[in-house]
Design a protein around this ligand. Structure first.
Ligand code: UTP
Length: 291
């Protein structure tokens, strides 16, 4: 059966971006003129996903509103002759079917995924984290879906990270099966470099079988007092095969300040109307610093 649904948890507190996230959900912070969440939903759409399930929390309603129609604004823009803008706004509203469920307390990513259980049902599904923007020729989730369609088992997106950075990720121990494909044997959440089983980090794209739900239901809170998805995945890997796929593409962690700056520069350089100006500006900074 084809995977139709994607869960996007957006109920986190976004503490690393306070005070901006005091009233604005971090998922709506824009990279240029597009909120981070829109890039992520776009990736799901391009991968063939038909329904997005947002796991939301308090103060996050504007994320759903972003994917809704805005007839009053469209009318004003129409009257002003700004038809291209109207078209762009309609495209966002028509992008995909959106439903949502509340996570009443931010008890962790594993708990957030569990909140989507009734809306997902007994199907495999994708999970995308809005902190991770991935620029790639083939949407990252599509790359994982291709593995799922062959193996019919859960698949995690992997990225090789420098040894000094493993402590920021869930890291796998795995057996390499082919060029980019691994069979996951073990996982450690945020290990010290000397305790990391590899440099292959799990990043925010997953294809999960529904067997993850009963596991998450009994998963105890772990690191940071939160129910960690990684702990659930580890138990899943003990029951069934779990694969890891080193996706092709560039990933930006926009939940982190430097990652946010990197993404803003990289996405600006991809825009023909901004490329020249941004490049000149970057060069002038480097010249002034070294001069
Ligand atoms: P993070 O821990 O990176 O996000 O969770 P955060 O808690 O929002 O941000 P900081 O660290 O305080 O700045 C990864 C993803 O999981 C979601 C977040 O919204 C984010 O997309 N999440 C996390 C939930 O939906 N619920 C939770 O309880 C925790």
């Amino acid at each position: 059966m084809k995977i139709k649904k994607a869960v996007i948890p957006v109920a986190g507190l976004g503490t690393r971006f306070l005070p901006a996230t005091k009233t604005v959900p971090k998922e709506l912070l824009p990279i240029l003129d597009i909120p981070a969440i829109q890039y992520v939903v776009q990736e799901a759409v391009e991968a063939g996903i038909q329904e997005v399930i947002f796991v939301t929390g308090r103060g996050k309603d504007s994320i759903e509103d972003h994917f809704d129609a805005v007839p009053e604004l469209e009318q004003i823009l129409e009257e002003r002759g700004q038809t291209e803008v109207v078209k762009a706004l309609r495209q966002i509203a028509d992008m995909i079917e959106v439903v949502s469920v509340r996570q009443k307390r931010p008890l962790g990513l594993g708990h957030a995924v569990l909140c989507a259980r009734d809306l997902v049902g007994e199907e495999s599904f994708a999970v995308l984290l809005a902190d991770d923007l991935i620029d790639s020729d083939i949407p990252c989730v599509r790359q994982l879906l291709d593995v799922y369609e062959e193996k019919k088992e859960s698949v995690l997106a992997l990225m090789r990270v420098p040894a000094g950075e493993v402590r920021r990720y869930g890291v796998i121990k795995g057996q390499s099966l082919s060029d980019r494909l691994y069979e996951v044997e073990d996982m450690v959440e945020k290990p010290k470099p000397e305790q990391a089983p590899s440099q292959m980090a799990i990043i925010g794209r997953y294809i999960l079988r529904p067997e993850i739900f009963p596991i998450l239901e009994t998963t105890q809170s772990g690191t940071g007092g939160e129910i960690q998805l990684t702990d659930g995945l580890l138990q899943l890997a003990r029951k069934r095969k779990v694969y890891g796929y080193e996706f092709a593409g560039e990933r930006y962690d926009v939940g982190d300040k430097f990652g946010f700056v990197r993404a803003t520069i990289a996405y600006a350089l991809k825009r023909p109307e901004l490329n020249g100006q941004v490049m000149d500006y970057l060069k002038s900074i480097v010249e002034n610093r070294s001069g």
